[in-house]
Design a protein around this ligand. Structure first.
Ligand code: CO
Length: 221
């Protein structure tokens, strides 16, 4: 009986076997070691875009990069998915670096810049519309839509880095004296290269006063 191609995805399993064989050829103990522990130094928060594969861009192997991806690499304070990843990465895995990595030409950022409706995702992209509104003067001064989009992609990274730093998770880590740097990076699909936006936050004193928390959480009285 012929296998229904919709159910089997045979090609992907063949690829998987080749991939595992190649890694084992380089290091026969690789998977045995990996199954015993996970100790990545980095948390990557990036876009879901299929052209931005986190591990591959930075040449890291499985086990070396903890990853959270969503449309347009947004960090929202009520998103328990992202917060759970951040908390586990910082408090349990004790990563030393959180990298928020956007990419030029991001479809999510582009959609947020437009007025066309896309359905449920418009609620998610609302966060990026807020970034636009916040930086409207700079964005509206751009000469072309392409420049405007790319600037908004960069500004979105900076804003999401701020959102990471404003969490109690990151501030508690700093208060405990845990070294943690939050980096702003952007990737170009056109040439495969990363760019550091040179906005790296390493302590509570570097964030605006209103977002700072002064001590361990206590019930409000
Ligand atoms: Co994107």
């Amino acid at each position: 009986m012929e296998v229904d191609p919709l159910r089997s995805l045979k090609g992907l399993f063949e690829n998987n076997k080749k991939w595992a064989d190649k890694i084992k050829a380089d290091d026969p103990q690789f998977f045995a070691k990996l199954s015993k522990q996970q100790a990545p130094e980095y948390l990557w928060i990036g876009c879901s875009d299929s052209r931005v594969p986190a591990n591959e861009i930075v040449g890291l192997l499985p086990g070396e990069l903890f990853v959270h991806r969503n449309v347009a690499n947004v960090v929202v304070h009520t998103d328990f998915n992202c917060l759970a990843v951040l908390q586990f990465a910082v408090e349990v895995l004790k990563v030393k670096h959180v990298i928020v990595c956007g990419h030029y030409g991001c479809g999510g950022v582009k959609a947020a810049m437009e007025n066309k409706a896309h359905g449920l995702i418009d609620n998610w992209l609302h966060n990026i519309k807020d970034v636009y509104q916040h930086h409207r003067a700079r964005l509206d001064a751009m000469k072309s839509d392409r420049e405007k989009l790319n600037l908004l992609c960069e500004l979105n990274v900076i804003e999401q880095v701020a959102n990471v730093c404003h969490t109690t998770i990151v501030q508690d880590a700093w208060r405990r004296g845990q070294g943690l740097a939050v980096h702003s990076w952007i990737y170009s699909i056109e040439n495969g290269l990363l760019k550091d936006l040179n906005h790296c936050v390493t302590g509570t004193e570097q964030i605006p006063t209103i977002y700072r928390f002064s001590g361990e959480a206590k019930p409000a009285t």
